[in-house]
Structure formats: structure tokens, C-alpha cells
Design a protein around this ligand. Structure first.
Ligand SMILES: NC(=O)c1ccc[n+]([C@@H]2O[C@H](COP(=O)([O-])OP(=O)(O)OC[C@H]3O[C@@H](n4cnc5c(N)ncnc54)[C@H](O)[C@@H]3O)[C@@H](O)[C@H]2O)c1
Ligand SMILES: [Zn+2]
Length: 377
């Protein structure tokens, strides 16, 4: 694990995408540097902050003063908190508010919030005046380690999640780890599932470090910062190699095929958070890999033990939402993933830290596995 060069200095992770490269700045108190960093990147521009009402209450003042100390004028566009804001109606309102605020092509949009705001404001930035640059200031753990990095933006439609969107890379990401101090513990824990996912996907040493240090990560301080920087570094490397998910970027979906099916079954009403579904999905992916003889059951148990220790769900029976029967689950999986000739692409694991893309998994085998899991409840 690499720590910042000196206490108080941020960790900087570079996302290398030729002329669209950018930095992720990670550290306590870094929101303060927003204006100076923005002025250095785009001197003389103005900004529109897009945020949700909850985040505005906590952090709009700090964001605005960080801009004004650098002489940057800003306006704010506010949306209600929650996944429902990731839709056409709110997107329309945000785009028109940006135009009303006379945001020109050379100006900047600041997405201040969790993944909902990052995805919504990022998409608005991609389409307003055919594309305006934007900065991500993620305020949830999930957004700091995942959604703010990599340029995927989207809204949901009645057909499903993230179905209308664009690839639009930010020009800067500022992860102020102090902002997570006000995040409800359940949200922090859910975001942590994505942190553990990085280790389980491609770095067994990082997973072992998390097993030993997760309490410190939850407590804040240097371990939290280290875990966020490591996660960002791993995502940055993958995005740098496969920006548009034609290959390796799909590994980031470890646990998400099962996870999305469970999330859809729960109905996005807050009973099951994305990260909670991912924890169970990753556990199931390792158990399924063990059932196929790819990893030992000892390793699958280690995954389950860690998520359980942290307080994340690891059994279908733990879910607060009603768990559908295997047929319904398979229907939901088929909705999320293309099933071709009874085969689906899955992210499976050969070891802790060794996930791989398995393109030809038999849907019948997945169904049998789920039937067996559900019968054990
Ligand atoms: N673009 C991507 O690559 C990508 C990746 C993963 C997830 N996502 C998307 O991210 C979204 C989920 O993001 P999320 O989990 O951050 O949810 P979110 O944005 O809804 O935030 C969760 C809740 O926490 C509140 N909140 C945010 N920051 C806070 C803070 N610092 N203090 C107190 N409260 C705070 C919000 O108001 C909200 O109620 C989903 O829509 C998902 O599709 C996108
Ligand atoms: Zn996820």
C-alpha cells in the first residue's frame, strides 16, 4: 500500500487517457482546493454546481467558498436526493437550469454528490451545448471509489437502469475523504462492498489488507484514504486500458450479475442498496466458482466471512427484501445480461484476486446453483 508522500498531502491517481487524461485527488479536506485546481485547469471560467438537497445542506457552502477564494463565480442546481432523480424529467430540468445560468461551452459543471449526482450531472455535461467539461466531487464512498472515475454517465428509464447515457470523462476528480464523515453508516458499508470487490477481483494482497484493516477504514483516517486511493488506482488502470468496456473493464462487474438481479427484484426502493446487493453477488460469484471447481470452498468461505464481519449480507435469507424464486431470478439475470443460446457471460474467479470473464456459462447451471442456494434457506 502506498501512502501520500507527506501527512496532509493528497494522494494523486492519474487516469491515463491521452488528451482526456485527468487526476483523482484523494485526501481529507481536499474540497478546499477545488477552486485553485479548477482555475489552474480552466482559467477564467465560471461554474455550475449540481447537487442534491441533502449534500447541499452539508457541503454547498464549503464548495462555493472554495470556488470564490479562487475568484470563480458559481450557481447551484439542486435536485431531490435518491435514484428517482436519475431520469429524463430531472435531466431536462438540470439541462435547462444550466442554460438559464448561461453555462457556455468553456465553463465547468461541478457534480457534488453521490453516484446519482455524478451520473446525472455527468450526462447533462455531455449533452448541454454538445458537451461541457465537468469535475466530479464525489461525496459517498461508492462514488469516491467507483462511479466518479471512468466517465460512465447515465439515467434510468422504465426499461431499466443506466439505459440512456454517454461516455464523458471528467477533467478532475476530488475525493475529500472528510465528506464521508456525515454519510450514514449503512451507505458507507454498502460502498465498502465495492472496495473489497477490487481486492477480490485482482489483488489478493489488498483483500488481505482489508481483512486486517477494515475497522480502520470505517473509522476514517489514513487507512480510509489508503483504501480509496488503492481502489481508484485499480479502476484507473482498467479504464486506461479499456475505456469503453470492450474487454477487461467488464471485470469490474464481479458480483454484479447476481447483484443487479437482486436489486431489480427489490425494486430500487431503498430496501436493498446497490453495495449490499454487490456483497451478496460477489459472495455468490465465489460460491458459484467453487461449485464449478474453480476455487476452493475455503476461499469462497473467506469471502463470505469478510462481508459478514463487516455487516454486509452474504445469504439470500439475510435480505430485507423478498427473494424471488430461481425462475424469476433467472428472468432478471436475462434482462440484465444477454443470454445467447442458453449461455451467459459471467465474471468468475480462479482464486482470491483472480477474477476472469467467462463468456460461455450455461444458464441452466446458474439456475441449478440458485435453486440449491434457495433450498438451503
Ligand atoms: N457511473 C458509474 O460508473 C457508476 C458506478 C457505480 C454506480 N453508479 C451509480 O451510482 C448510483 C448510486 O450512488 P450512491 O450509492 O452514491 O447513491 P446516492 O448518490 O443516491 O447517495 C446516497 C445517499 O447519500 C446521501 N449523501 C451523499 N453524500 C452524502 C454525505 N457526504 N453525507 C450525507 N449524506 C450524503 C445522498 O443524498 C443520498 O441520499 C446508482 O445510480 C448507480 O447506478 C454509477
Ligand atoms: Zn457496483
Amino acid at each position: 500500500m502506498t501512502a501520500p508522500a507527506r501527512i496532509g498531502e493528497p494522494s494523486i491517481v492519474a487516469v491515463a487517457l491521452a488528451d482526456r487524461s485527468y487526476d483523482i485527488v484523494i485526501g481529507r479536506g481536499q474540497l478546499h482546493s477545488l477552486g485553485q485546481r479548477m482555475a489552474a485547469l480552466r482559467p477564467g471560467t465560471k461554474a455550475a454546481i449540481v447537487s442534491d438537497e441533502t449534500v447541499i445542506k452539508h457541503y454547498l457552502g464549503a464548495a462555493q467558498s472554495a470556488l470564490s477564494i479562487a475568484g470563480i463565480q458559481s450557481t447551484c442546481v439542486s435536485v431531490p436526493p435518491g435514484e428517482k432523480s436519475k431520469g429524463f424529467a430531472t435531466l431536462e430540468r438540470v439541462c435547462e437550469a444550466l442554460l438559464d445560468a448561461r453555462i457556455e461551452r468553456g465553463d465547468l459543471i461541478v457534480a457534488l454528490g453521490g453516484g446519482v449526482i455524478g451520473d446525472l450531472a455527468g450526462l447533462a455535461a455531455a449533452i448541454v451545448r454538445r458537451g461541457v467539461d465537468y469535475i466530479q466531487v464525489p461525496t459517498t464512498l461508492l462514488a469516491q471509489v467507483d462511479s466518479s472515475v471512468g466517465g460512465k454517465t447515465a439515467i434510468d428509464t422504465r426499461q431499466g437502469k443506466n439505459l440512456v447515457g454517454a461516455f464523458h470523462q471528467p477533467i478532475l476528480v476530488i475525493c475529500d475523504t472528510a465528506l464521508l464523515d456525515t454519510l450514514p453508516e449503512r451507505e458507507f458499508r454498502a460502498g465498502y462492498a465495492e472496495v473489497a470487490k477490487y481486492g477480490l477481483m485482482a489483488d489478493a494482497g489488498f483483500f488481505a489488507w482489508l481483512e486486517a484493516n477494515w475497522r480502520e477504514v470505517f473509522a476514517g483516517g489514513p487507512a480510509r484514504e489508503q483504501a480509496i486511493a488503492k481502489s481508484c488506482r485499480m479502476k484507473a488502470v482498467i479504464v486506461g486500458r479499456d475505456e469503453r468496456e470492450t474487454g477487461e473493464r467488464a471485470l469490474l462487474n464481479l458480483g454484479h450479475t447476481f447483484g443487479h438481479a437482486l436489486e431489480m427484484a427489490a425494486g430500487f426502493d431503498g430496501t436493498l442498496l446497490h453495495g449490499e446487493a454487490v456483497a451478496l453477488g460477489v459472495t455468490l460469484a465465489f460460491q458459484f466458482s467453487a461449485a464449478r471447481g474453480l476455487v476452493s470452498s475455503r476461499e469462497a468461505e473467506r469471502v463470505e466471512r469478510h462481508f459478514a464481519a463487516v455487516g454486509l449480507p452474504t445469504e439470500l435469507a439475510h435480505l430485507p427484501a423478498k427473494v424471488p424464486d430461481p425462475d424469476r431470478l433467472m428472468q432478471l439475470i436475462a434482462q440484465d445480461k444477454k443470454v445467447r443460446h442458453g449461455k451467459l457471460t459471467f465474471i468468475l474467479a480462479r482464486d482470491l484476486g483472480a477474477a476472469f470473464i467467462a463468456p460461455e456459462v450455461d444458464a441452466a447451471e446458474v439456475r441449478a446453483f440458485l435453486t440449491q442456494k434457495l433450498s438451503k434457506q
